[in-house]
Ligand binder design. Structure first.
Ligand code: TXA
Ligand code: MG
Length: 346
């Protein structure tokens, strides 16, 4: 299959109109959102959704998110709209928040992986909204990477993984948030299954206390049942080892310098993911500044790009752990998973 590439800015209408037709006729279109690029198919067509799993090599037990262009479209997808959902939709949609609730009978089993719930979000990216409108159906879309790889934040990343496997890519440049949406379950007590740009603190301002699934910061135990099936699968792995150093900036930098030295001495090629606060420690070493520890959203914005782009020709990436408040929770969730929970021992 030849993958057509359209520039979402210069070929705006043509791109989204053709993309909409491809989706309606059962094909696959990758498109930008404010979080990461999505790999879209008709969300009401089980056969079309199945192609997403094939193109990504995604396990069929991992459900998809439905993307809508208008808040009221959620009505047809859920049994009803709970009060908490109404409040959150008003506060954060369009935006990087996915809500899970009991599904209606419209949802194909492939989309929700046979569960009785379905995940829905209204993205804020103009191209995503235009594509959904042109398609005229909710678009089922996971991140547009091969299963297990870091999520794509540029069209180039999408093509690295998906060229020849999908019908079309809409190129809208880099994604602003850089990590996938916050996934919040509203079945029972509100619970974050995956942290993202809309933080626990922001959610609690609107609906009060919100739980965080323990698997956000810890590996899932062998026999545990995954609340979110995505959490049990390998994730975000670049082409090299990732090692995380926790503690204060000074402690983290100290541990990294020690391990970097040992690794280099044994012939390994290393790179350090530094922050504005710690770059001074790494003079003379191979490092790249990922962002500012005081503004974890800046770290989120660059992480996936750095995991893809900086892992070429490198054996080990060393990265600093940061506090898990605000967007720090999303950053540590992705970084720990990318590392397979490999921490430097004290
Ligand atoms: O920002 C995003 O959410 C991006 C863009 C494209 O919108 N999409 C995305 O989709 O990250 P995906 O499929 O890569 O991640 C969806 C996550 C998975 O961990 C999945 O297991 C979980 O949401 N999920 C989806 N439906 C669920 C459900 N009904 N119950 C529990 N978890 C669910
Ligand atoms: Mg994904």
């Amino acid at each position: 299959m030849r993958t057509q590439i359209f520039n979402a800015r210069t070929q705006k209408e043509n791109g989204t109109n053709l993309g909409g037709r491809i989706i309606r006729s059962g094909g696959l279109v990758a498109f930008p959102t404010e979080t990461v690029y999505g790999l879209g198919a008709n969300g009401l067509d089980g056969e079309a959704a199945k192609k997403i799993f094939e193109a990504k090599g995604r396990p069929m037990d991992n459900p998809l998110i439905l993307h809508i262009a208008k808040k009221s479209d959620v009505k047809q997808l859920w049994l009803h709209i709970p009060e908490n959902a109404r409040l959150l939709m008003d506060a954060f949609w369009p935006g990087p928040l996915t809500l899970i609730y009991l599904k209606s009978e419209l949802i194909p089993a492939e989309v929700c992986a046979g569960l009785d719930t379905v995940a829905v979000r209204m993205p804020e990216h103009k191209t995503a909204l235009a594509l959904i409108r042109a398609a005229g159906v909710p678009i089922a879309a996971p991140s547009a990477n091969l299963s297990g790889k870091p999520s794509p934040t540029t069209a180039e990343h999408v093509l690295e993984d998906m060229d020849g496997r999908i019908d079309m890519v809409l190129d809208g440049g880099s994604c602003r948030v850089g990590v996938e949406s916050t996934v919040l379950s509203l079945v029972g007590k509100p619970r974050i299954l995956r942290p993202g740009g809309i933080t626990k603190e922001m959610l609690e301002q609107v609906i009060g206390s919100v739980e965080v699934s323990p698997s956000v910061l810890a590996p899932l135990a062998e026999n545990a049942i995954a609340e979110s099936p995505g959490m049990k699968h390998k994730h975000y792995a670049p082409d090299c080892t990732v090692i995380v150093a926790e503690g204060s900036p000074r402690q983290a930098a100290g541990s990294i310098l020690r391990e970097y030295g040992l690794a280099e001495a044994s012939g390994k090629r290393c790179i350090i993911f530094a922050t504005e606060q710690t770059k001074g420690y790494y003079r003379g070493k191979n490092y790249v500044i990922i962002g500012d520890r005081e503004q974890p959203a800046t770290l989120c914005a660059n992480l996936f790009d750095a995991l893809r782009e900086r892992s070429h020709g490198v054996d080990i990436i060393f990265a600093e752990g940061i506090p898990t408040n605000d967007q720090g929770l999303a950053y540590m969730n992705r970084l720990l998973r990318a590392s397979g929970f490999t921490l430097i021992d004290e």
